[in-house]
Design a protein around this ligand. Structure first.
Ligand code: ADP
Ligand code: MG
Length: 336
């Protein structure tokens, strides 16, 4: 194994609040290799964004208790000085969000904003930076990039703004792109175009990508590996095929059954019953136990650990592996 680009070890992010401690991330470990795409999936409120905001150093350490290690190219980002972190952010790690307006300033021309980003990190002339900005807009598929560079974000459609944000994030050729629900606000066609764009740029620039989404349907064809988060923890990790064809825990089964497949009829979609738990009062034992159709006594008392299933594939569940394999065949995959 080469040295991972990013290695997160036993990350915990707890927010003390008036109502109690919000355990947003509670002992998460994973790694991303150079050029690899990792999908991070889980319902809203499972700790996906907080995990990666912490990686980026964007969690206010005064309001959160942060423990663990975030090793990026071997350096622990939780312990680097602020200025150094700012240099890494943007330059080596790029970010895109659901709402492009968190990255794009409404009052400045799109081309100028991208050029400014480049100028903040590279010692080149304004003119060169401007030309690079136009080139990036072209690469992300924005027609008439010369003209577009001179426009303001509000003159762009949602999909075009998303492309502009990707252009800005990739303008410094980062080693890692963190994409947090980048397509959630877009309609299905534009969503597919943006994901294809990320795919293409990823292979062109060999950028590693962390693709965060609440929609398991989105990550299937775009990710090498997938990790499933529930209540601030990883409950299953594996290759995209492991997660789609051999999922080994009931929460993942629930996610799979709740997404439309090409062959499935609408009436065969089953949302997961109940709601995600409060991260202040996480249930004793397995955090998924109040919603799990297969719950038994042990699930109420013991937290299941993420245990290897096969190769890199691992899942956290007290059911025996044989039982789970049978359930997957008989109840989960039968509709495909
Ligand atoms: N600054 C904060 N203070 C208190 N709780 C927070 C803060 N930021 C996030 N949370 C809580 O952490 C949990 C995980 O949030 P988040 O990572 O945004 O979930 P996801 O991205 O999976 O939807 C949520 O319950 C959220 O309310
Ligand atoms: Mg989020």
């Amino acid at each position: 194994m080469p040295e991972p680009l990013l290695e997160v070890k036993d990350l915990r992010v707890h927010f003390p609040t008036e109502d109690g401690i919000v355990k947003a991330v509670d002992g998460v470990s994973f790694a991303i290799q150079p050029g690899e795409t990792l999908g991070v999936v889980g319902e809203s409120g499972s700790g996906k964004s907080v995990s990666f905001l912490t990686v980026m150093g964007l969690i206010n350490r005064k309001s959160a208790i942060v423990e663990g290690e975030v090793l990026f190219q071997g350096q622990d980002l939780l312990n680097v000085p602020k200025e150094e972190l700012q240099a890494i952010r943007g330059n080596k790690i790029g970010m895109i969000f659901q709402d492009p307006m968190t990255s794009l300033h409404p009052f400045y021309k799109v081309g100028d904003q991208i050029a400014e980003t480049i100028l903040a990190h590279e010692d080149i002339s304004k003119k060169e930076a401007g030309a690079r900005a136009v080139d990036m807009l072209k690469r992300v598929g924005i027609p008439r990039p010369d003209e577009r560079a001179r426009q303001y974000p509000h003159e762009f459609s949602g999909g075009m703004r998303q492309r502009a944000m990707i252009a800005m994030a990739l303008s410094l050729n980062p080693d890692l792109l963190i994409a947090d629900e980048p397509t959630t606000a877009l309609d299905v066609t534009v969503q597919a175009q943006i994901l294809d764009l990320i795919d293409r740029l990823q292979s062109e620039f060999n950028t590693a990508v962390a693709l965060i989404t609440h929609d398991l349907g989105v990550v299937a064809e775009h990710c090498d590996y997938i990790q499933v988060m529930y209540a601030g923890r990883l409950v299953e990790v594996g290759t995209a095929d492991d997660i789609y064809y051999r999922p080994m825990m009931p929460y993942t089964w629930g996610l799979l059954k709740s997404i439309p497949l090409l062959t499935a009829q609408e009436d065969r979609l089953h949302p997961i019953r109940g709601l995600p738990p409060s991260l202040i009062h996480v249930p004793e034992g397995c955090p998924f136990n109040p919603r799990c159709p297969y719950v038994f006594d042990r699930c109420h008392v013991e937290v299941p650990q993420l245990l290897p299933v096969d190769g890199f594939h691992a899942a956290a569940c007290h059911l025996s592996l044989d039982d789970r394999k049978r359930i997957v065949q008989e109840e989960v995959l039968q509709r495909t």
